[in-house]
Write a protein that binds this ligand. Structure first.
Ligand code: SF4
Length: 211
């Protein structure tokens, strides 16, 4: 018996050994209990989890060890959309140090210095990227999944702040990939929770043994 998915959705590849069982188990249990999937590298865990959870139409928060790893589930979402004819939106959420265009311009790299720079410049209305964002419509950015470089490219082109633009994208997302810190650190998690309440989301913790 195949896994029951809403019309128009499915698994984007031929099932490999164990994938169908894993997909069915996750689809049946996620949301009612915590599910732990232990499978070897190359099993295709990411696509199995996406295929099980996306039909549920609740946002997926995908926590990874470092921000650099956040693009992987987004890349898989792109393939899922392509192969299943869907238009789910997702993106990699990154910190200010990686996203601040003003800090790049001024060659400020230290995370604390970037935060300070932002607080001061934004507060005084002296960051043109933040000011431009006030008139910028972020919604068209949510037409297709975006990896980190694509968020940066779109925002650089429009001269708007990528860090605050991505905050606006949170309520539109079916998938948000971010570092563990945004889940476990109370202060940092507020940035996400205030726009995407955790109780409405599925939380996927990638490589959970690292926690
Ligand atoms: S508003 Fe954005 S671009 Fe401006 S200083 Fe803050 S993070 Fe940097």
């Amino acid at each position: 018996m195949g896994v029951s998915l809403p019309e128009g959705l499915g698994f984007p590849y031929d099932f490999r050994e164990g994938q169908e069982e894993a997909l069915r188990f996750i689809a049946m249990n996620a949301g009612w209990r915590n599910v732990c999937l232990n499978a070897p590298t190359g099993f295709g865990k990411t696509v199995v989890i996406l295929s099980a959870l996306l039909p549920r139409r609740a946002p997926i928060i995908w926590a990874v060890r470092t921000g650099n790893e956040a693009d992987r589930p987004v890349e898989e979402l792109k393939l899922f959309n392509e192969r299943c004819g869907c238009n789910f939106f997702g993106f990699s959420f990154r910190g200010k140090r990686d996203m601040c265009l003003l800090a790049r311009e001024m060659e400020v790299r230290d995370p604390d210095a970037v935060s300070y720079l932002c607080r001061v410049k934004k507060g005084k209305g002296e960051c043109r990227y933040y000011e431009n964002l006030k008139w910028f419509d972020t919604e068209p950015m949510a037409e297709k999944p975006l990896i980190y470089a694509e968020v940066m490219e779109a925002c650089s082109r429009e001269e708007v702040c990528p860090y605050y633009a991505q905050q606006r994208l949170l309520p539109l997302a079916d998938l948000v990939a971010l570092s563990y810190n945004y889940i476990v650190n109370e202060e940092m998690s507020w940035t996400i929770r205030s726009r995407l309440p955790f109780e409405r989301c599925f939380l996927v913790v990638d490589e959970a043994h690292n926690l």
